[in-house]
Design a protein around this ligand. Sequence first.
Ligand code: TYD
Length: 224
Amino acid sequence: MLITLEGLDGSGKTTAWEHLRDRYTEYCFTREPTHSWYGDAVSRSLNNDNADPLAELFLFMADHADHLHRRIIPALNQGKTVISDRYSDSRIAYQSAALAESRLENPFEYIRSLHRPFSYSPDLTIYFSIDPETAAERAGATNKFERTDYLRLVEAQYERLFSAGTRRVTRIDATQPKTAVANQVSERIDAAMSWTAWFDWGHWPSYAGLFRIRQRILFRRWDI
Ligand code: TYD
């Protein structure tokens, strides 16, 4: 099972990820950008206000490809649950916003299409919903993306992505106190895990709706 945490900078998802790491000690915890040398290249680019946004997209993509093959797929193949702080949706939201004024006709679709041939769809995405003003204030503008006007654009891309009926996504009100957010995140994960466990027990009803859920869990229908 692959679970991803998504949201604007300052939405508190990294704090929640740390809380989850203490609670679910048997899971595999990871993040994007990663700590590999590809991730270091991404960080260099993030710290450069003049970095080319298309080149930056490909740095993020290289980091993602390496992350998938080195960390995520091996962990999933061992039957582990993986929780990633940011994943493909971050690219679709942040880089679509960064490329909005570029020569690309439709950056949003372009970035989705880059992922489809090789990436891996999450089973559950927890979206930390927060207004861009509060997010920017909390994030403290430590990188070029953590500004209210840019985060407004990013939020619009996340909404576009999730309003298209992406069933894997569940929202959390990230303006609540940290403990309330952390508890809700754990509840959603426990609920998803109990469904998976139930299916693992081999109860396979023939009824069509449940059959589709079963297909989704077993065959990871593409949902990026
Ligand atoms: P992150 O490490 O989550 O931020 P923080 O500094 O709060 O720990 O991510 C670093 C920045 O990179 C963040 O502003 C979001 C951005 N980002 C993208 O633009 N595209 C991506 O694909 C990813 C994974 C992150």
